[in-house]
Design a protein around this ligand. Structure first.
Ligand code: OAD
Length: 258
């Protein structure tokens, strides 16, 4: 993949890089996205049933079983070169912020410490009533394709069903994470938006906000998105190809990349 010289210069000079990721960054690890034709989760499963407080209240076993299936897929997967390239970017830049909409833990496993999680985590369930964190048993759950009905565990404090630790449609983003994301977005001078359709608000407004604040916005996505109009660079390709390709062109980032 070819990279414009101006983009390489902007990356070399950046003092605060922000990376904003979506499901596409984990696609090459074998984790399905949400909206890609044929393979996207919301093409094959009903979001209103599986990703809403009402759906969970109506059928907790259906919802818990589905998220356990997704957690199993993630635990069987490995980070891909995009996750490693993003971690290398952090190591080579004065200030760096990683913001993810993903609920997997592949960024952390590739070496990115403490990403800002806007949509929660599959790995941090909590009580549906008192919100006490629930400790998952170790190991990989054994779930057949697509999940099966599985009664959620009960909270050790209040006895209510435990729920997945992800943000559902109609719910607010975790406030501390959102405020940290806004702050970094207003301060960064270069922002990557990688593997997101940028359709789900409020997260989707971050690249526009960065552009308004004068940051260089670089999109990495094989397809068209709503960001195409104002991203300064649209790198049309897979994140696992584009991101390693980009950082291999630049010292000091390449020094941190295997
Ligand atoms: P989407 O499924 O909406 O978008 C995935 C994007 O990744 C698409 O634009 C694809 O073109 C792109 N893509 C696919 N393969 C790629 C690759 N190898 N490299 C780079 N890009 C690739 O997923 P999100 O934008 O993450 O919310 O979806 C946003 C939110 O909607 C999710 O966090 C989830 C969902 O409902 C919650 O769970 C709350």
């Amino acid at each position: 993949m070819e990279f414009p010289d101006e983009l390489l210069a902007a990356l070399r000079d950046a003092r605060h890089i922000e990376v904003f990721t979506g499901a596409g960054v984990s696609a090459e690890s074998g984790i399905p996205t949400f909206r890609d034709a044929l393979t996207g989760l919301w093409e094959n499963y009903d979001a209103a049933t599986l990703a809403s407080p009402e759906g969970f209240a109506a059928d907790p076993a259906l919802v818990w079983g589905w998220y356990e299936w997704r957690r199993m897929r993630v635990l069987q997967a490995q980070p891909n070169p995009a996750h490693y390239a993003i971690a290398a970017l952090a190591a080579g830049c004065a200030r760096f912020t990683l913001i993810t909409q993903n609920v997997d833990d592949l960024h952390e496993r590739a070496g990115s410490a403490d990403p800002i999680r806007l949509h929660g985590s599959l790995h941090r369930p909590r009580c549906s009533a008192c919100e006490a964190p629930y400790r998952l048993p170790p190991g990989i759950p054994d779930e057949p394709e697509g999940g099966r009905r599985l009664d959620p565990p009960r909270c050790g404090h209040c006895g209510a069903p435990v729920r997945p630790g992800v943000v559902w449609f109609g719910e607010n983003l975790p406030q501390t994470a959102w405020e940290a994301a806004l702050q970094a977005t207003e301060a960064c001078d270069l922002m990557f938006s990688i593997g997101t359709s940028a359709l789900v608000w409020p997260a989707a407004q971050l690249p526009a906000l960065a552009a308004q604040r004068g940051a260089v916005v670089v999109q990495v996505n094989p397809g068209e998105t709503s960001l195409d109009g104002y991203a300064h660079y649209n790198l049309r390709g897979a994140a696992g190809v584009a991101m390693p390709g980009l950082i291999r062109r630049l010292t000091p980032y390449r020094e941190n990349f295997p």
